[in-house]
Ligand binder design. Structure first.
Ligand code: GZL
Ligand code: ZN
Length: 385
């Protein structure tokens, strides 16, 4: 099965509006900003990659033709929810790509982290007889029956971001290699601890939504290092990818493991913001020069600001901007063209200090890779999603 790695860029300024209300956004309001390049190798200031720009143009051109010919493409999108800054950016990426001017009629459903509601949303799309269905699956199992119903109705399904692990009855998937994110975090911590002379690691993990492929991959990848290095992982509890969840779990950790931990791993930035609040309240110092190393994932704008401020030591990006790739897959299918089953987003690893410049690890495909560590600068923060 061919794979394509795409660095997805938005070359236009993008004002990221944060969803108010529940779901644990960091509460920070992001200023309108240029989107960052999301390719591993690219430095922030490089121009949009030709491939990404071409796919963006192709999807809008084809869309415009479709719109001009009056044949809009109807798409049902069942989104996880609104639990994090990452999710807000991911939703906007799809809504922008599947716009009316691009020739789409997008039916959007925010499933608020409720798997039953998500299955119901997909079944409603079948009833509405949409042309295509896009799913970001809250959890990775329980999908085969409803995907069979989509197949029986002749509606192609594109999966984005998280994966569906109990069925392959979908046409294409665009997203991240979550296990690599966890492996990269373990590889970085190993080198960082050696560089800082930390001979004993006592680790607390605040994991994401249980059963989400992002949680499974990050936990499994990181645990390979826990086992191989003999690190002491004191506990792992879910913070459900929300700020409230991160704060609640960290509050209990500060009581149960007072003075016994020197590393905290949060599986997204919003959990890290909550953990910071709890550690502040407990008088625990973290980040560069602190008693606790704080690791996070997503690298959203507010998370990268924390890295720049030395309050998060390392932030492993998960790229939310799969909208353009997803839209170009739909347009290719509409034109009767072949599409790849898997498209992986390229994702940079960000750090607060520049003493380590790269990591080398064996990735989920068993290849030994060496990847850059990017010290965060203000322009990187300003260009983030
Ligand atoms: C990862 C995505 C995760 C993010 C969280 O691809 O599914 O869900 O890491 C989000 O911020 O809630
Ligand atoms: Zn909610």
């Amino acid at each position: 099965m061919k794979r394509k790695v795409v660095s997805v860029l938005l070359s236009t300024a993008m004002a990221v509006t944060m969803l108010a209300g529940c779901g644990g956004n960091s509460g920070s309001s992001a200023a309108p900003s240029e989107a960052a390049p999301a390719s591993e190798a690219a430095a922030p200031e490089t121009a949009p990659s030709a491939e990404a720009a071409a796919s963006e143009i192709a999807s809008s051109e084809a869309g415009t033709e479709a719109a001009a010919s009056g044949e809009t493409i109807s798409v049902g999108f069942a989104q996880v929810g609104h639990e994090s800054d990452w999710r807000t950016a991911a939703t906007k990426s799809v809504q922008d790509a599947f716009s009316a001017e691009n020739g789409f009629d997008l039916q959007f459903v925010d499933c608020d982290n409720d798997s039953a509601a998500q299955l119901e949303a997909v079944r409603n799309f079948i009833q509405q007889d949409v042309d295509y269905i896009v799913i970001d699956p809250i959890v990775s199992t329980g999908w085969d029956t409803v995907l069979q119903e989509c197949e029986d109705a002749g509606i192609p399904v594109i999966v984005i971001d998280r994966t569906i692990d109990d069925s392959d009855k979908y046409t294409a998937w665009v997203g991240s290699q979550f296990t690599n994110e966890g492996l990269a975090a373990g590889a970085w911590l190993k080198d960082y601890a050696a560089a800082k002379g930390m001979d004993e690691l006592n680790i607390l993990v605040i994991s994401g939504t249980t059963g989400a492929s992002a949680q499974l991959g990050r936990s499994n990848g990181f645990d390979e290092y826990v086992k191989a290095e003999g690190w002491n992982k004191l506990d792992e509890q879910t913070g459900d990818f929300t700020q409230e969840g991160g704060q609640e779990v960290m509050e209990s950790y500060c009581k149960s493991y007072e003075g016994k931990f020197n590393v905290v791993v949060c599986q997204n930035d919003n959990e890290a913001f909550g953990a910071q609040q709890a550690m502040d309240a407990a008088g625990v110092s973290y980040g560069v020069g602190g008693d606790v190393v704080l690791i996070s994932f997503d690298a959203c704008t507010a998370g990268l600001q924390q890295v720049l401020d030395g309050k998060i030591n390392a932030d492993f990006q998960c790229n939310p901007l799969s909208g353009p790739d997803c839209a170009s897959i739909v347009q290719k299918l509409q034109a009767g063209e072949e599409v790849e089953k898997e498209t992986f987003m390229a994702e940079p690893w960000y750090v607060a200090e520049s003493d380590l410049t790269s990591i080398t690890y064996k990735n989920a495909s068993g290849e030994e890779v060496t990847e850059d560590l990017i010290p965060v600068t203000q322009e990187i923060v300003d260009a983030a999603y």
